[in-house]
Design a protein around this ligand. Structure first.
Ligand SMILES: Nc1ncnc2c1ncn2[C@@H]1O[C@H](COP(=O)(O)OP(=O)(O)OP(=O)(O)O)[C@@H](O)[C@H]1O
Ligand SMILES: [Mg+2]
Length: 444
């Protein structure tokens, strides 16, 4: 049992998490980067910017206030014109007085950024009179109109004096650096991920008993390590299999020689009345031993050399069915026309033949079927015989477990060995026909 700590939001967060290594790595790098940049922007730049923006607004409001104050002090039109002229030159403000005019109220459109609010606050602070601002009619100017006691003061302030362009520069920097990092990381991670994917594919194929070439280690050192370990494991398993087969063949072969001698000696024994019975029994035993050894030898010989290649499973099943029918069995066949899989054809034929032979031995009516299902192919062998009780369905797979059938007891052992070497599985179940169902699943 293993338990994992579940965060309360774990499930919903997980749904939005990228599933692949590439996506996750990029996320791990980018999220902190963006958060840090955003905090930096807010803490340092945000404060700084709002101060600067307020100062700029204060400056313009102050200059206008100064001009208005001078206008209050002067009364002759020539002096007033002089004041306005000075304001235009020194403050770079387009400034005009419209004597007797009344300020018309207009709805004021807001613009992006703090500029307009800051300027409005500064004007309110300096003047206790109604005013309007127009930020939208001219892209380079702000049009401010103030109600003075004797008319309207029209001010055109260059927007440049208020704008803080570096804000966009900084946002651009944040986004740009994130994109750049994303690109570089994606480029490098892709190679690592590719190496891991190839390792996974090779392991999968090897598990299905296919011949996979050694993987060339590449990528980060951990990935290389995994690839090297996989290569070594593959090598060890191959050697182990070869060794096992060799030993099996050797033992079986060596046992045959003394067995043959024994059989010859038995044949030479005089068949006296008191010996006849014993000799017949001993001969039967020797025959059985010979059959068992023959089975092992055939099994051992068949293994090892054959390579997996695309094979038409349907035609293998057709052949097996035809063979059983020739031998006089009633057999139903239900197989799609073309099931092509990467298999060791002879081995799979032997496995299925073993199952069909069992069914024929124990039953009168046999059914052989196959169906493609997702990423596997299911092959079923059904019969209407006595079946095998559920608690014996595992033990019959053991070698030489032949019950009273008179067989060697290797049929199911060999069948399971072959199917497992293809990365598949074989199970025994109740058949809808009443007897036993052997079900083979082979990965595609
Ligand atoms: N279709 C079946 N119905 C009932 N019992 C079965 C069936 N198939 C197998 N068995 C039982 O399982 C045992 C093991 O089967 P297995 O094929 O391994 O050996 P065998 O048939 O006895 O010998 P071999 O196949 O090597 O000639 C059989 O002896 C039999 O008792
Ligand atoms: Mg059998």
């Amino acid at each position: 049992m293993h338990s994992r700590v579940q965060l309360p939001f774990g499930r919903s967060v997980k749904r939005f998490m990228p599933r692949g290594l590439l996506g996750r790595t990029l996320l791990i790098m980018l999220v902190p980067l963006i958060v840090v940049q955003a905090i930096a922007l807010q803490l340092f730049y945000g404060n700084h910017l709002s101060i600067v923006s307020r100062r700029l607004s204060d400056a313009i409001a102050g200059e206008i206030a100064y001009t208005v104050e001078l206008l209050h002090q002067t009364h002759s039109p020539a002096d007033r014109e002089w004041v306005l002229e000075m304001a235009r030159e020194e403050f770079l403000l387009g400034i005009r007085l419209e004597p007797g005019a009344v300020l018309e109220r207009r709805k004021q459109a807001n613009i992006l950024g703090p500029m307009d609010d800051d300027l409005a606050a500064a004007l309110r602070q300096k003047f206790n009179v109604p005013f309007t601002m127009d930020w939208t009619s001219d892209p380079t100017l702000v049009l401010i109109r103030l109600q003075l006691p004797d008319g309207v003061l029209d001010v055109q302030a260059p927007r440049k004096r208020l704008a803080i362009g570096t804000l966009f520069l900084f946002v651009g920097w944040v986004v740009g650096s994130a994109l750049l990092l994303f690109g570089i990381a994606a480029l490098f991670m892709r190679n690592q991920v590719r190496a891991i994917r190839r390792l996974a594919r090779s392991a999968e194929a090897f598990g299905m008993g296919r011949d996979v070439p050694m993987i060339r280690p590449e990528g980060a050192s951990e990935v290389r390590q995994a690839a090297t370990a996989f290569n070594r494991m593959q090598d060890r398993i191959r050697r182990f299999l070869a060794q096992r087969t060799e030993m099996l063949a050797g033992v079986s072969h060596d046992l045959r020689t003394p067995l043959t001698r024994l059989r010859l000696a038995l044949a030479m024994l005089p068949r006296t009345d008191e010996l006849r019975q014993d000799v017949t029994e001993m001969t039967a035993d020797v025959e059985e031993m010979d059959r068992m050894i023959g089975g092992y030898l055939a099994f051992a010989r068949g293994e090892g050399i054959e390579q997996a290649e695309p094979v038409n499973l349907s035609s293998i099943l057709d052949d097996v069915a035809a063979g059983a029918r020739r031998a006089g069995t009633v057999l139903d066949l239900d197989v799609p026309a073309d099931l092509t899989l990467k298999l060791r054809g002879d081995a799979v034929r032997r496995a299925i033949t073993n199952l069909v032979d069992n069914a024929r031995r124990h039953a009168r009516h046999v059914a052989l079927g196959a169906v493609a299902q997702g990423r596997s192919v299911l092959v079923t062998v059904d019969d209407d015989g006595p079946g095998i009780p559920a608690d014996k369905r595992e033990s019959v797979f053991r070698p030489f477990e032949s019950g009273s059938s008179g067989g060697t007891g290797l049929g199911l052992t060999i069948a399971r060995d072959i199917v497992r070497a293809h990365g598949g599985e074989i199970v025994l179940e109740d058949s809808p026909m009443g007897g036993l169902r052997a079900r083979i699943r082979l990965p595609v």
